[in-house]
Design a protein around this ligand. Structure first.
Ligand SMILES: *Cc1c(COP(=O)(O)O)cnc(C)c1O
Length: 496
């Protein structure tokens, strides 16, 4: 049965999956949401006998119903290949009384690789299906991590180019090195003299520039974004949870139909929303445990029913979760408002004007599947050290937030249902914070690369290729422009 997507802000919009992927965001500013959550049509036992790619196909085909089998399998094959350093793509590791689902074995050793590896192929396939002849130009402003993951995903994908702007003096030296060494003839990385907001404003202005769009069209190009609200990034994430569950089943760790809990370190609410969709597809998930760092706007929301972004923004050691507006939460609000676009729009308008909104009591009841909590900076460091000392397993700072919140959950609820913790980054990506947590006095004076070698030794894990690349790879991008010259730079790159 065909599945359509409608806007979370108006009921008139109804598009196919490929159109939703191409557009990213609905014209009314809403997100595309599936008009229903499809039920799984293979048994968990059947899925347990499949590998990651096969499970991905079985899940994604139910959401991307206008893709042919051949198209979808081709996208999956191109995405989940030797770019990942393990055959399992997402290995499950048992440690400290939980199962860690390692989502960081891709090109940039963080979980955004999982979706950004396949998005370029979903996007170019969607373009073909909708008779778009232009090359797709991905335009992104980044404060570090997403830019690199997008570059790695789009590098050398035929029919695409990617241009990434970053604040020249506003990212870490390692993040900059990762981006400026990016391979691929279709990749372009530009440092701007300005901050992240300048970069983002510049990109937004180009997206809204009709004259520029016409010039591009005449030259055979059109802009698109790799934004995390695209359903082409959301749907591939549902696979994680179906895969994790069926591995547990296949390995005899759980009985048939046994319920599991999942714990997700959360920022933009994409990953945990995918887990919620998996539950709604029929996967036996009990509680969805939403873990925040000190930017605990989601914890407060689950406690009180009021989402309030009016607060101080805290810089933490889990920077990918330093977010005050969790964009993907809108899809949950829409769903628990009974898919009432008008009601949802009211909440979002109020978020825009007042920075907050409060949901109704009936909606609050719909949140019983969720449990929210947060970990302070000291708790995050403490749990990294404790798990390392007890088990030898080393986790990154984001995963540590989830590990700590899971402990709080068990303490609060006495619920000892088996739990899968989404492990969203390799500890090698946040080496300094991780090593400081383990023994600051010992490691404080060491250089970043000394720490990498030390981590490899104590964790007994080889240094990932992504880190070796930064050590040795030559710089391939040295463009710098003023924040007022971004459009001119894009024109220059594209020759228009
Ligand atoms: C982006 C990110 C998160 C947050 O994921 P959301 O889907 O935005 O909630 C958590 N951990 C890491 C390492 C990330 O890069």
């Amino acid at each position: 049965m065909d599945l359509f997507y409608s806007s979370t802000r108006s009921s008139e919009v109804k598009v196919k999956a490929s159109e939703a992927i191409l557009k990213g965001l609905a014209d009314d500013g809403g997100l595309f949401a599936p008009e229903r959550i499809p039920a799984m049509d293979k048994s968990l036992k059947e899925l347990a006998a499949m590998d990651y790619k096969q499970v991905a196909y079985e899940v994604m085909k139910l959401f991307l119903t206008d893709f042919t089998e051949e198209e979808l399998r081709s996208c999956i094959d191109k995405a989940y290949d030797s770019k990942f350093d393990t055959d399992e793509i997402a290995p499950l590791v048992k440690a400290d009384g939980a199962y860690y689902l390692e989502l960081f074995h891709g090109a940039t050793i963080a979980f955004k690789d999982m979706a950004l590896s396949i998005l370029p192929h979903l996007l170019t396939t969607s373009a073909r299906k909708n008779n778009v002849k232009n090359d797709i130009v991905i335009l992104t402003a980044t404060s570090g991590d997403t830019g690199k993951a997008a570059l790695a995903g789009f590098a050398d994908v035929p029919g695409t180019k990617i241009i990434v702007f970053y604040p020249k003096n506003g990212v870490s030296p390692i993040q900059e090195k990762q981006m400026v060494t990016q391979k691929g003839d279709n990749t372009f990385v530009v440092g701007i003299k300005g901050n992240f907001d300048d970069a983002q404003t510049g990109v937004k202005n180009m997206f809204n520039n009709k004259e520029l769009a016409q010039t591009l069209d005449a030259a055979g190009f059109q802009f698109s974004s790799a934004n995390s609200i695209n359903i082409g990034r959301l749907v591939p994430q549902i696979v994680y949870y179906v895969y994790a569950y069926t591995r547990l089943l296949g390995d005899g760790e759980i009985a048939a139909d046994e319920t599991i809990n999942v714990v997700v370190p959360t920022g933009n609410f994409g990953n945990i929303l995918a887990a919620y969709y998996a539950k709604n597809m029929g996967l036996p998930i009990g509680r969805l445990i939403c873990a925040s760092n000190e930017n605990k706007v989601l914890y407060d929301f689950f406690e009180s029913g009021t989402y309030d972004k009016n607060r101080e923004f805290v810089l933490t050691t889990s920077p990918s979760m330093d977010i005050l507006i969790s964009s993907n939460l809108e899809r949950l609000i829409y769903k628990i408002a009974g898919m009432d676009a008008k009601a949802n729009k009211k909440f979002m308008d109020s978020l825009k004007t007042d920075g907050k909104y409060s949901i109704t009591d009936d909606m609050k009841k719909e949140l019983a599947d969720f449990y929210g909590n947060y970990a302070s900076e000291a708790e995050t460091a403490g749990i990294i050290k404790a798990i390392y000392e007890d088990t030898g397993y080393v986790i990154d700072t984001h995963t540590a937030v989830a590990a700590k919140v899971y402990k709080k959950y068990v303490q609060d609820t006495k619920d000892t249902t088996k739990a899968v913790i989404a492990s969203t980054a390799s500890p090698f990506k946040f080496t300094r914070s991780v090593m400081d947590a383990i023994d600051k006095a010992k490691y404080d004076a060491m250089s970043d690369f000394e720490l990498v070698d030390e981590l490899s030794k104590i964790a007994n894990v080889v240094v990932p290729q992504a880190i070796e690349d930064i050590r040795t790879a030559p710089v391939r991008h040295d463009r710098v422009c003023d924040k007022t010259e971004m459009e001119a730079t894009v024109r220059d790159i594209l020759g228009v």
